[in-house]
Design a protein around this ligand. Structure first.
Ligand SMILES: *[C@@H]1O[C@H](CO)[C@@H](O)[C@H](O)[C@H]1NC(C)=O
Ligand SMILES: *[C@@H]1O[C@H](CO)[C@@H](O)[C@H](O)[C@H]1NC(C)=O
Ligand SMILES: *[C@@H]1O[C@H](CO)[C@@H](O)[C@H](O)[C@H]1NC(C)=O
Ligand SMILES: *[C@@H]1O[C@H](CO)[C@@H](O)[C@H](O)[C@H]1NC(C)=O
Ligand SMILES: *[C@@H]1O[C@H](CO)[C@@H](O)[C@H](O)[C@H]1NC(C)=O
Ligand SMILES: *[C@@H]1O[C@H](CO)[C@@H](O)[C@H](O)[C@H]1NC(C)=O
Ligand SMILES: *[C@@H]1O[C@H](CO)[C@@H](O)[C@H](O)[C@H]1NC(C)=O
Ligand SMILES: *[C@@H]1O[C@H](CO)[C@@H](O)[C@H](O)[C@H]1NC(C)=O
Ligand SMILES: *[C@@H]1O[C@H](CO)[C@@H](O)[C@H](O)[C@H]1NC(C)=O
Ligand SMILES: *[C@@H]1O[C@H](CO)[C@@H](O)[C@H](O)[C@H]1NC(C)=O
Ligand SMILES: *[C@@H]1O[C@H](CO)[C@@H](O)[C@H](O)[C@H]1NC(C)=O
Ligand SMILES: *[C@@H]1O[C@H](CO)[C@@H](O)[C@H](O)[C@H]1NC(C)=O
Length: 404
């Protein structure tokens, strides 16, 4: 009798109960996941290069990706005439369109050469201009760009390749004088549904965002201890991206060892709702095939108001679309004191998302959740069962005592 009691009620729960609770946990997670992905509506994408232009424009390409939802459209416009620029226009109609007057657009001296029509359907627009690449000689390894800056590379003066399209993703590479065979490349990806990129930092995206990966490959540094900064300008009509929030993020299996996510957001005055965002994880990679040891931290300066007129002069897309552009600028800087210099690999890549609405936020992945469930759940089950056993034994002992 005692032996039978011990078997059913020992310190270790019998395996069927543990495995059945695991199966239950897993099915709950997969249920959650499938209902979640069913909720997020997809979009239909169509890609058009140089809309309305009979031939390839000599000044550079203009890519238009139309992303149509049930009752709205996102127009992604990516252009290399001048500094590379990505413009996102959100309309409340599923039939809005983009028209370009190419003679005006290429002359770059008047706004209104690129229109999203009907104009009354525009809900929100935002653009990001990659304006300058800065390099400094970090002689004392402090990673502070102080006085030892080299003359900046103006991205509007680069010679840019034609856009290389493959599906809804496109690649633009360019070089400045003195780059020899080095390049600065930007890869744009637009998405029909929610997901995650294959390469690190594996940012979570939705159909309301696009991803830009920027990398610097084989550029000859002007000093052995060179580090780089990238200057970005955010442009909007009424509500440009104006403040950067740094949120805690979880250290998950997708971006190991990174605990933060930064988002440069635009919001209406006094309202907490976010209209649009540029989001990134504060990490860059020193190799094209990233591994943890090639991750390098990235920092940003505070956004500062910039001259909208100067920004418009540097980018055909800004000039053509915005009548009164407002701009904020910031610098992203790569590497910290003590980190290897650019010459260690002569490679640096960084990834951002540009989108409308609220930025996507990482949740614990199902794998991590189930590991946590097993890690926390098993001791709980053991404790509960242990407690139950002790109780049962005490009661059994109490009830048998008089008989003995
Ligand atoms: C996408 O296209 C398919 C087929 O053309 C259509 O059935 C569907 O409704 C479209 N979805 C959206 C969001 O426009
Ligand atoms: C889209 O508009 C139609 C009617 O115009 C409406 O019935 C439908 O609920 C709208 N869908 C969404 C997702 O807002
Ligand atoms: C484009 O702009 C030019 C110069 O302003 C103008 O002469 C021409 O008519 C415009 N073309 C169209 C199709 O509107
Ligand atoms: C823009 O430039 C073109 C040619 O460069 C010129 O013909 C036109 O008058 C200019 N327009 C304005 C508004 O300055
Ligand atoms: C949405 O579109 C309609 C026309 O279809 C327009 O009258 C209305 O002003 C638009 N709403 C907003 C908020 O822009
Ligand atoms: C580097 O350190 C030396 C000695 O401490 C100092 O004189 C020099 O100004 C520093 N250079 C920079 C750029 O900080
Ligand atoms: C275009 O991109 C594909 C892969 O993205 C690459 O294989 C191909 O070589 C590129 N073509 C040019 C002309 O750069
Ligand atoms: C994308 O934007 C549309 C329109 O604002 C919104 O209805 C939808 O919920 C958004 N989707 C996600 C995944 O944020
Ligand atoms: C650039 O050229 C050098 C030799 O001149 C070569 O070793 C290097 O791999 C090239 N880099 C790229 C990115 O093509
Ligand atoms: C990079 O520069 C440092 C500092 O001068 C030097 O020690 C190192 O050898 C260089 N590395 C490469 C790969 O050239
Ligand atoms: C936004 O609100 C602040 C005070 O909360 C005010 O100083 C500022 O002028 C407002 N800006 C606009 C564009 O309304
Ligand atoms: C970026 O850094 C450079 C050098 O420190 C500075 O001149 C420039 O104003 C900065 N840009 C912004 C937008 O803060």
């Amino acid at each position: 009798m005692a032996a039978a009691k011990n078997r059913s009620c020992g310190p270790f729960p019998s395996s069927p109960s543990l495995s059945s609770s695991l199966v239950l946990l897993f099915s709950v997670f997969s249920l959650c996941q499938s209902s979640f992905s069913a909720e997020t509506s997809g979009r239909n994408l169509s890609v058009e290069l140089n809309p309305g232009s009979p031939s390839a424009p000599p000044g550079g390409d203009l890519l238009h990706v139309r992303s149509v939802g049930d009752n709205d459209t996102l127009h992604f416009l990516f252009c290399s005439q001048g500094a590379p620029t990505l413009l996102l226009v959100h309309t409340n109609s599923s039939s809005s369109s983009v028209t370009v007057n190419w003679t005006q657009f290429e002359a770059r001296n008047a706004s209104g050469s690129l229109k999203v029509e009907p104009e009354s359907s525009i809900l929100y627009s935002s653009a990001i201009v990659f304006s300058r690449l800065l390099e400094y000689d970090d002689v004392n390894d402090t990673a502070e760009p102080t006085s030892d800056l080299f003359p900046p590379y103006e991205l509007q003066d680069f010679s840019w390749s034609r856009l290389n399209l493959s599906g809804p993703s496109s690649l633009l590479c360019g070089a400045a004088a003195g780059f020899s065979n080095g390049t600065l490349c930007l890869q744009l990806s637009v998405f029909a549904s929610e997901g995650r990129d294959q390469s690190w930092p594996r940012l979570l995206h939705t159909a309301n965002s696009s991803q830009l990966r920027v990398w610097l490959d084989g550029v000859p540094p002007r000093a052995t201890r060179s580090r780089f900064l990238l200057e970005l300008q955010a442009v909007g009509g009424a509500n440009p991206l104006s403040r950067v929030e740094v949120l805690r993020s979880i250290d998950d299996e997708f971006t190991p060892s990174i605990f933060k996510v930064s988002q440069w957001v635009s919001s209406l005055n006094g309202s907490s709702g976010v209209l649009g965002f540029l989001q990134w994880k504060p990490v860059a990679y020193r190799r094209a095939d990233p591994a943890l040891e090639f991750a390098t931290p990235c920092r940003h300066s505070d956004p500062r108001p910039q001259s909208g007129a100067r920004t418009a002069a540097s980018s055909a897309l800004i000039r053509g679309f915005y009548a009164e552009p407002q701009a904020f600028g910031l610098n992203a800087s790569f590497g910290l004191a003590g980190e290897p210099f650019y010459n260690s690999t002569k490679f640096l890549s960084w990834t951002v998302l540009l989108g409308v609405g609220s930025p996507p936020l990482d949740a614990f992945s199902p794998l991590v959740l189930s590991l946590m469930a097993v890690g926390l759940g098993t001791p709980m089950i053991l404790l509960l069962m242990g407690g139950a056993c002790v109780c049962l034994r005490k009661r059994a002992a109490a009830s048998y005592e008089p008989i003995n």
